[in-house]
Ligand binder design. Structure first.
Ligand code: BDR
Ligand code: CA
Length: 298
């Protein structure tokens, strides 16, 4: 039997507990050819998200994958930190080994180099945080950005309630101007909003079943840290990006015309009806994706 094919990806991320689980899955499943982890400020400041990316690579002994430092702040706003959920270290107090390699470069520039060095359309970007790096890539390296295969983004909310404003989601609320640039880019964009990611929940039993091997045990610790406040289950937002990349058939994807609220009001970053045509995951086979996640972490 031939080995399942791998996807060549750049993971743009602000780890972050659910980012960390998503990255562990991507690395451990061996279903992705990860060119690098580009960090962005989001859940916590850039120094910590960058370091956490390196820590995950050190844990799984994947130091050959580079970490590239990205934007320290959104394009035009102050940013919102989520220390309340992810802890002051971004990892809920879960201790991982220190990175063995120093981060390099500057993410938008490095992404452009990678996109130019690979066949057009052969590199996908998996975006787990605010879209600042991608917007800078579009602004400063438009020729390279056009070479992205698909851009799969955790962000936004359609019918459900927001987790920042009444209708706004954290990644999009952090940097609405970056969302606007991505929506207008004409790239092949798929959004995974809270409507779907909130359905993909880890229960205590699910977490217990993950406890096998280095990646599984670390993922279990990270998700457990997410339970601190006594919830019975927690949503696995960012892993949905990797899961959709591998198994789009487990999601119900629709094309919608949207734009983003660029006001300074409580719904800054909210998706509204507009002119940009993007794919949005609106349904998910929960059992299917949780099974795939557990398998990849084992
Ligand atoms: C998103 O916000 C962050 O806190 C999570 O890491 C995820 O990317 C969910 O709204
Ligand atoms: Ca994230």
């Amino acid at each position: 039997m031939s080995a399942p094919s791998t996807r060549r990806v750049i993971i743009d991320t602000d780890p972050g507990l659910d980012d960390a689980v998503a990255i562990l899955f991507a690395l451990n499943s061996r279903r992705f050819d990860v060119l690098g982890l580009t960090s962005v400020a989001g859940n916590i400041g850039i120094n910590i998200t960058t370091k956490n990316a390196g820590r995950l690579l050190a844990l799984l002994d994947r130091e050959s994958i580079p970490v590239i430092t990205g934007a320290a702040a959104p394009l035009a706003r102050k940013g919102i930190e989520e220390a309340g959920i992810h802890g002051n270290d971004g990892l809920g107090g879960v201790v991982l080994p220190e990175p063995l390699a120093k981060p390099h470069g500057y993410a938008p520039f490095w992404m452009a180099e990678q996109l130019r060095a690979n066949h057009a359309g052969s590199v996908d970007i998996l975006a787990l945080g605010p879209l600042t790096n991608i917007a800078l890539l579009l602004r400063d390296h438009a020729d390279a950005a056009r070479r992205i295969g698909s851009l799969i983004v955790m962000g936004g909310v359609v019918h459900d309630k927001g987790n920042v404003g009444p209708h706004s989601e954290f990644n999009f609320a952090c940097d609405p101007e970056a969302v606007d640039a991505v929506l207008r880019s004409g790239l092949d964009v798929t959004l995974i909003p809270l409507d779907v990611t909130r359905k993909v929940r880890a229960s205590v039993e699910f977490v217990q079943a993950l406890r096998t091997g280095i990646a599984g045990n670390a993922a279990a610790d990270l998700i457990s840290a997410y339970f601190q406040d006594g919830h019975e289950s927690r949503p696995l937002h960012d892993p949905c990006v990797m899961l959709l990349a591998l198994a789009p058939e487990l999601f119900g994807i629709e094309t919608r015309n949207v734009s983003v609220d660029l006001s300074d009001g409580p719904d800054a970053g909210a998706l509204v009806a507009g002119m940009a045509s993007v794919k949005i995951a609106m349904r998910v086979d929960v059992e299917g994706v949780l099974g795939l996640l557990a398998q990849g972490l084992a």
